[in-house]
Design a protein around this ligand. Structure first.
Ligand code: AMP
Length: 144
């Protein structure tokens, strides 16, 4: 999928938002939902998505949604840091398949990094659900 196209309401994140698919939820407010990435590139890999959006990518997002969305990303990133004490954090977002995008509902990745621990491959290797739930609880407890 290129940068141009039509939003597909059947995408996996839209289904999670509608409660049609499960997710290991971390945080939710009026504007955003955060949940654990099930194919994490690192321990604590968390996704943040806008709730009221039909933007496939960042370029398509309505300006009034960008502000609350980025505040949500920052809030969750701070909680990831507080919970897991990483040495660094990658916050990233892909636009279009050539850039690495695989799900076409706008989302941001928050990926903790530790010195000497290599990054896992993107969207590969499913996580243990119990471990994800434990991480989600730890992060959720640090939301402020
Ligand atoms: P992107 O490649 O930027 O579109 O990222 C999509 C991300 O969604 C990948 O990191 C996947 O591991 C993740 N992902 C796909 N399906 C699910 C799901 N059902 N629950 C949580 N994360 C998912």
């Amino acid at each position: 999928m290129s940068l141009d196209g039509t939003y597909d309401a059947g995408n996996i994140f839209a289904k999670i938002l509608r409660g049609e698919m499960p997710a290991v939820r971390v945080y939710e407010d009026e504007h955003v939902l955060a949940f654990m990435d099930v194919f994490p590139q690192a321990k604590g890999h968390t996704l943040v998505i806008p709730k009221h959006s039909t933007a496939r990518n960042f370029l398509e997002e309505a300006p009034e949604i960008v502000g609350p969305l980025m505040l949500g990303v920052q809030r969750v990133a701070k909680a990831v840091r507080a919970a897991l004490k990483p040495d660094g954090l990658v916050i990233t977002q892909f636009n279009g398949a050539p850039a690495g995008q695989t799900v076409y509902h706008l989302h941001f990745h928050i990926i903790p990094r530790w010195e000497g621990v290599p990054l896992g491959r993107h969207a590969e290797g499913m996580a243990d659900m119990q471990e994800l739930k434990g991480l989600a609880e730890q992060i959720s407890a640090m939301i402020s």
